[in-house]
Design a protein around this ligand. Structure first.
Ligand SMILES: *Cc1c(COP(=O)(O)O)cnc(C)c1O
Length: 442
């Protein structure tokens, strides 16, 4: 050990990001455009990124990191994939959007509907938030009912009715999880723990004839990765059918990620409506919702359910989405992603053993979370038992050693097709030290 002060050494390493953060804080709330980017949960100053290529990103200070944030999911092909960049550049050279229709929408709609047979018609929007907000509006209109069931710990964007948390008790009406949201709105959302099928049944019985649908992440990714229990999704399908409610899969994260046809392909369940985002836009602001033709026909202008967007179907976003999906469809990278992510999982577990840290790996395909706990996590309440202080220590050492992770225990790491053995090796060697630091927090 040398006598250098680790604090000032760290500051020097991140000086430009620190300066940028200082400026940003005077201009934007918390200095960021989305809260998680502030790195608050891990007690670090946020990175400002200059560029990315493949599985690496470079910050303003020139530090290069192996990246598992992956733009929070879209970048399954890695950063700045040549074909995607070329498609976007070409589209941009023809104009940024016209407020009129383009061939690009048809191309991407064809790819989406071919990938997900349950999506017979699709509407493009700009964010996952918009997709889920619009899907529940349609579910309410189509069923003539008002209540939506959502699982505690699942995230469906920040629209009022979905930004809810559980009150006390297992199956409850939601309460606002943010100021500014009327109880009148969140009281229309019923909360049930994830993976709790009897809880779902209770909810349907408690609100007989009032449930428009279940909105769910078929694989939870926003409390960390939590796979559905065996028969859970089939059970939800059966409950919705029995009670005349719609099953809405929020595949914003899982679509084109855990299989080309998403979680619905992987588990063989056909939802009535599906929300897509992230990969569908290839890194551009783009999302979509779609499903049964008889339901989607009720969307304006074909039907009365209003939903619109100035930038929806933007040609640059369509180009990025089409390029990404075409590559995924033709190159079939899913077995390779599975292999890489399994190797990541195995290596991390080995490193944890060496460091003497309890670590639970939960993975579906190229989505994985390493929970600092000794028991499997099947719902949000269990996720909250993880040692978040230890995660913060782990995150910090990984960062200092050139590996950037999602800055929270309750996020999913994303493996891309560009993560190679050398990236994994760098990850494992950093993890040995980082998990040793985490061990000191238990
Ligand atoms: C990211 C995400 C959203 C929100 O999408 P935005 O584009 O951030 O609005 C919704 N649902 C799920 C499952 C997500 O992972």
């Amino acid at each position: 050990m040398t006598a250098t002060n680790p604090i000032s050494a760290a500051n020097a390493r991140y000086a430009r990001s620190e300066q940028a953060f200082e400026q940003a804080r005077g201009l934007m709330p918390g200095g960021v455009s989305s809260p998680v980017r502030a790195f608050k949960a891990v007690g670090r100053s946020p990175l400002f990124i200059r560029e990315g290529k493949g599985c690496k990103v470079t910050d303003l200070d020139g530090n290069v990191y192996v990246d598992y944030v992956g733009g929070y999911g879209p970048l399954i092909l890695g950063h700045a994939h040549d074909a995607v960049v070329e498609a976007v550049s070409k589209a941009a050279s023809r104009g940024m959007g016209y407020g009129m229709s383009t061939q690009g929408e048809i191309d991407l709609a064809r790819l989406v509907t071919a990938a997900l047979p349950s999506v017979e018609r699709v509407r493009f929007v700009n964010s996952g938030t918009e997709a889920t907000m619009s899907a529940i509006r349609l579910a309410r209109a189509a069923t003539g009912r008002t209540k939506i069931i959502k699982c505690t710990g699942c995230y469906h964007g920040h629209s009022d009715g979905l930004l809810v948390e559980a009150g006390s008790g297992a199956t409850t009406l939601g309460t606002p999880s943010s100021p500014g949201i009327p109880e009148a709105i969140t009281s229309q959302t019923v909360l049930v723990p994830y993976n709790d099928l009897p809880g779902m049944e209770t909810a349907f019985n408690n609100f007989r004839g009032q449930i428009a649908g279940i909105l769910i992440e078929p694989i939870a990714g926003n409390m960390g990765t939590v796979p559905p229990a065996a028969h859970y999704l089939a059970g939800l399908r059966a409950l919705c059918d029995k009670h005349g409610a719609l099953l809405i899969f929020d595949e914003v994260m899982t679509g084109f990620r855990v299989a080309y046809g998403g979680a619905q392909e992987r588990y063989g369940i056909r939802p009535d409506l599906t929300c897509l985002g992230k990969i569908v836009g290839g890194g551009m602001p783009c999302a979509a919702y779609g499903g049964r033709a008889d339901l989607m026909r009720q969307i304006s202008p074909e039907g009365p359910v209003y939903q619109a967007g100035t930038l929806s179907g933007n040609p640059l976003a369509m180009a990025a989405g089409s390029a990404t999906l075409t590559i995924l469809r033709d190159s079939k990278p899913y077995p390779q992603l599975e292999k890489t992510a399994a190797a990541l999982e195995a290596g991390m577990l080995t490193a944890a053993k060496k460091a003497g840290v309890p670590l639970v790996a939960q993975r579906v395909g190229s989505m994985v979370t390493f929970f600092l706990t000794d028991k499997p996590v099947t719902n949000y309440q269990q996720a909250l038992r993880c040692n978040t202080k230890a995660y913060a220590a782990f995150f910090g050492v990984m960062l200092d050693k050139g590996v950037v992770l999602p800055p929270s225990q309750f996020e999913t790491w994303f493996v891309s097709v560009t993560h190679d053995q050398s990236a994994l090796d760098q990850t494992f060697s950093a993890a040995e030290a980082a998990l040793a630091a985490a061990a000191k927090c238990s």
